[in-house]
Design a protein around this ligand. Sequence first.
Ligand SMILES: *[C@@H]1O[C@H](CO)[C@@H](O)[C@H](O)[C@H]1NC(C)=O
Length: 422
Amino acid sequence: MTCFIKILFIVLCCQLCACKPKLNTAFAWKQLSYEIDGVLYNKDTNLRVRPNAIYFDNDVPDDEKFFIQYNNVPSGVEVYKDRVFVTVPRRRFGIPSTLNYVRLSSDKAPVLKPYPDSRNDQLVSLYRPRVDACGRLWAVDTGLLEVPDARTQLQKPSIVVFDLKTDRLLLKYELKDSDLISERSPGGLTSITVDVTANTCDDAYAYINDLATEGMVVFSLRKLDSWRIEHETFKHDPTALNFTVGGNVITWRDGLFSISLSEPDQHGTRLAYYHPMVSLNEYTVTTDFLKTPGRTPTFKTLGTRGPLTQSGMHGYHAGTRTLFYANPAQDAILCWHVTNKMAPENVAIVVQDHKKLLYISDLKVVGDDVWVLVNQMTRFIFSTLDVSEDNFFIHRANVKDLIRGTVCEHRGDDGKIVFQDY
Ligand SMILES: *[C@@H]1O[C@H](CO)[C@@H](O)[C@H](O)[C@H]1NC(C)=O
């Protein structure tokens, strides 16, 4: 009997508190495979298989190989209904498709399919796409074949927008030369943040980070125009260099990395929260200034997150007014409640895992879930991935589960977590 009560107690405790795993692994891949036009590519393949073609077993140089499996490292994730988008930037040879999707309902390691279809090879290289409130998928195609010792700008960098209801390309907008400051700029265009509501779909703005030459590019869909904004706070902080990931010292000088938007005020203006990767600070600027650069600048330094908080992507959850940060320096996801003062004591680790969160390459808040894509980028660059174990992950975590018991959890008079629907 006492044993029964003990077991009952343990079961109840596990349901109520910390035993519940915060991270749910949606997908885990040892290596990526593709299905293109009904053909499965799950090992190195010299040439694309085309119906009725005759193949000779000739040697093909690496730069002409269709698929070199080891070189395929995923970078970005987005979620729309049952589809999960996975990007693979062309940083090596042998990447058959840079924009892909899998179904949420698939098995643990699904093959990637090109999005929207196998004719997407006019897309060169995409990092972190974004789904907007109007059912559209936005991405920056850097146009850059970013292979070490063979960097080639194949196309001008451009914004591409797909309609997710029809899977048609709605827009391809080439950035202007004045949006970029050097031949290094295109490689820095690694994310896009879309400022739009479901009622103003034609009047969208997009904010693109340039981590390489440390600026921001703003795009207006209505004006079909774009412009560059420079500011000191977009630049990396030399005193925040040299954090370690998986034992490797990271010396990258990445500037502006992530831009995340608050809910709009009554005038439609939002706060854009942003930071360089190499920085411990968080900054804001109001979107009315970004949209109308002639206005008085509204840049503000909020404060510091604390030691080892160098962060990649971050995402805002309006319902709990919480920002979630990908934190490669600690293999962790951090939180900060935006009504708390930005200071180290108000920034908490919500989950940490030295294997399953080794280099969070992308983080998106979708509904009431935080999604992350983990790719062990530093192991790929500094050593070698073990292809017999899981190397790439997409995890999903519920916002309330993440913040429970942390400084980011705000409870109302009824004792419940303050949570609003948006
Ligand atoms: C980072 O490492 C470089 C090379 O070892 C060194 O010169 C620099 O002072 C270091 N910076 C910081 C902030 O630790």
